[in-house]
Design a binder for this molecule. Structure first.
Ligand code: ADP
Ligand code: FBP
Ligand code: MG
Length: 484
């Protein structure tokens, strides 16, 4: 549900120099551009404990008396501090989204809090696949709760969602989590499946947790929405926050997930090795498979930053092997021109053209995600068959590199570690302020609070109609795989 905010008016000047005829035409369509009135903003309403609990006591933020933080003007964030979802606009109105413009609450400390620090019992859980930075988020949640808000009852839930009802929580403190940000993986352990709403909420209630920090990907966020709704239905004073984690970067609304940049960086080693192998062989092909279940962000970013990739295959773009405009024709040309080629493929690419049995089509992991066939192994064997058929007397080599788990089971780089820290602190401030059923994450570079439900529904796929994908095509010169 959206809440209307006062109209924001901005004076924007425009210049008529160096404009193309179509730009000038668009300008003429709107005579009011010199003084541009911004359309109404629609602020995404955040769920709050006070929505369903009456007479909640509030108290001044304990940061007021913190030894290190000395709140000054502008330190605290107020409900009118917002972040716009969209920051690029076409003032002619031709290509801009319709008003009202979406805005989210800015993350950060609030002047009054809804939890007395001594009454807080916080639970932290990690679910789904690994992602660089998980341990950093856990560590910063513990240290942040401890140092910023003097919380002493902090617990780790082991082995993902199932851990709520099947394992004893582990008591956490700054000494215990010391150095965790320098370790890959999750010290709390994670798992897929095991989501049992009744058992999870019963366990949260029985164990007396009143702040629940849930770190995970799109599946985890869908589960977190259900937990939040059940807690609200039971009218419990328990705040739930989702901390988005996805190495694939497939969660929408936020700029990107923590760990994504680290994964792209790690992928460089594999692509560089593929190039060396390909260049050192006669008609050598270096083939690298990267993570990306249903989105090709890692493959795309790794390709753009590496620049030695001849072709990047992602789930969002269908491709074919044989015939005019196909992959084999393209590779044939590249081998003739350069003597080698490097191919990067996201694991979810080409799944519709890999032959599979009926039972393989039905296969799902414990969380219900489709299980993919190995596109890299399949491509390698198809390439060999093609070469033996069309060039039987010429040398040919395909070196297939699958760094799948190597790019996510590593320590987060410095940028991602910093991101994890700000994310954890944002989550803590929001929960202490009584918000619940929300996710924290950066929008246009500034940390925001977003309703959990919105994040659980939003998917971030590669937009193959935008500049970034066109840029990949211009770097690789690969076909667009449209059959003529
Ligand atoms: N629609 C859903 N409703 C409730 N729980 C879900 C849902 N989808 C996934 N989950 C649970 O969330 C957890 C993580 O989901 P998964 O898809 O494996 O990873 P990720 O959260 O990284 O996408 C699992 O425990 C899974 O059972
Ligand atoms: O960890 P598993 O079960 O082998 O699954 C691998 C999958 O996990 C991922 O790394 C991340 O997926 P999630 O974000 O859904 O956890 C995918 O790229 C990959 O398909
Ligand atoms: Mg997922």
């Amino acid at each position: 549900m959206a809440v209307s905010c006062p109209e924001v008016t901005a004076n924007l000047t425009t210049s008529a120099d160096t404009q193309s005829p179509s730009e000038q035409q668009r300008q003429r369509q709107d005579q009011s551009l010199d003084t541009f009135s911004f359309a109404p903003v629609s602020l995404q309403r955040l769920p709050h404990l006070a929505d369903y609990l009456q007479n909640l006591q509030t108290l001044p933020n304990p940061l007021d008396s913190n030894r290190f933080f000395h709140p000054i003007d502008g330190f605290y964030i107020y409900p009118c501090d917002v972040i716009l979802r969209q920051i690029v606009y076409d003032l002619s109105g031709m290509f801009s989204p319709p008003a009202p413009h979406l805005a989210y609450h800015r993350a950060g400390p609030r002047e009054r809090v809804f939890f007395e620090p001594s009454e807080v019992r916080a639970a932290i859980v990690t679910c789904g696949g690994l992602c660089p930075g998980l341990n950093t988020v856990i560590r910063e949640l513990v240290v942040g709760l401890w140092e910023l808000y003097d919380v002493r009852e902090i617990y780790g839930i082991t082995a993902g969602y199932r851990g709520f009802y099947s394992c004893e929580p582990v008591k956490l403190g700054p000494k215990m989590v010391h150095g965790w940000h320098k370790r890959g993986g999750t010290a709390l352990e994670t798992s897929r499946g095991g989501f049992d709403l009744e058992k999870i909420v019963n366990a949260i209630e029985e164990k007396g947790f009143n702040q629940v920090y849930i770190i995970g990907g799109d599946g985890t966020m869908r589960g977190a929405v259900k937990i939040f709704e059940e807690i609200r239905r039971r009218k419990l004073k328990i705040a739930v926050v989702g901390i988005p984690k996805t190495v694939d970067n497939d969660i929408g609304i936020i700029d990107r997930s923590f760990g994504f940049q680290t994964a792209v960086e790690m992928a460089q080693q594999a692509i560089n090795a593929a190039l060396v192998e390909a260049e050192s062989a006669v008609n050598g092909i270096g083939l690298v498979k990267l993570m990306g279940r249903s989105t090709g962000h890692i493959a795309l970013h790794a390709t753009l930053s590496n620049r030695d990739v001849d072709c990047c295959l992602i789930p969002e773009v269908e491709f074919f092997l044989e015939g005019k405009g196909g992959l084999l024709e393209f590779l044939d040309r590249r081998l003739k021109e350069n003597g080698h080629a490097v191919l990067v493929v996201a694991e979810g690419a080409g799944q519709s053209i890999i032959p599979r049995t009926e039972s393989q089509k039905e296969e799902r992991d414990e969380s219900g995600n489709p299980v993919f066939l190995d596109v890299g192994g399949w491509l390698k064997s198809e390439l060999k068959k093609w070469w033996d058929r069309d060039h039987p007397n010429e040398l040919f080599t395909v070196k297939y590199i699958d760094p799948t788990y190597m790019i996510r089971a590593v320590t987060a780089n410095a940028t991602d570690n910093l991101y994890c820290t700000l994310l954890a602190h944002s989550g803590i401030h929001g929960v202490m302020a009584g918000y619940t059923g929300f996710v924290c994450g950066p929008i246009n570079g500034t940390y925001a609070y977003i309703p959990l439900d919105d994040v659980a529904k939003a998917k971030n796929v590669v937009n193959t109609r935008d500049h970034k994908w066109a840029w990949v095509r211009s770097v690789t010169n690969q076909p667009d795989f449209v059959r003529s």
